[in-house]
Design a protein around this ligand. Structure first.
Ligand code: FES
Ligand code: FES
Length: 182
């Protein structure tokens, strides 16, 4: 099928089989390899991208169904000289080790921020009726909202700290200072 996808505000025309996932179209057809393939089964979140601002597992989405929608991948969030605030926060808080899950974690965090601004509840939101200030979101709530993104390096403490930073909270200091006894 002929498809036109709008990715990171650029239009891409190409021809693919209808069974091709958005993830494979991004990586194999368009060379946008920032989006990672982990499980390819909707279990790890490594392939998370934004479609119309909402987080989507691109391994579970068919590319041909994304026509007319704006897709944002990690390549569209910032540049080397001008990082997205979420990217900067991940660096400042050691929110990664090998980095394989990181593009998905960052895209999920960008969507998470928008969901919080819109008052979208999670499974652990204590009061569905009351508006909770973004800066008061608990650590448990952050973990629940990012529970669809796994990190095999277990960099979770840094990831949560990065999210706390972009929420305007004071994250715990990233690393305890190592003192060497002389
Ligand atoms: S690669 Fe898509 S959820 Fe794991
Ligand atoms: S940083 Fe290695 S999988 Fe998350």
């Amino acid at each position: 099928m002929d498809v036109t996808l709008s990715i990171n505000q650029k239009k891409y025309d190409f021809n693919i089989e209808p069974r091709v996932t958005l993830l494979d179209a991004l990586r194999e057809t368009l060379g946008l390899v920032g989006t990672k393939k982990g499980c390819d089964h909707g279990q790890c979140g490594a392939c998370t991208v934004l479609v119309e601002g909402q987080r989507v597992y691109s391994c579970l989405a068919l590319a041909v169904m994304q026509q007319g929608k704006e897709i944002t991948t990690i390549e569209g969030l910032g540049t080397e000289d001008n990082l997205h605030p979420v990217q900067q926060a991940f660096i400042e808080n050691d929110g990664f080790q090998c980095g394989y899950c990181t593009p998905g974690q960052i895209c999920a965090t960008v969507a998470l921020l928008e969901e919080l601004k819109q008052g979208t509840p999670s499974a652990v939101t204590p009061e569905l009726e009351s508006q909770v200030s973004i800066t008061d979101i608990s650590e448990g709530e952050i973990k629940e909202r990012l529970s669809g993104n796994l990190c095999r390096c277990s960099a979770y403490n840094g990831i949560v700290a990065a999210v706390q930073q972009v929420l305007g909270q004071t994250p715990p200091s990233p690393l305890a200072e190592v003192r060497v006894n002389e």
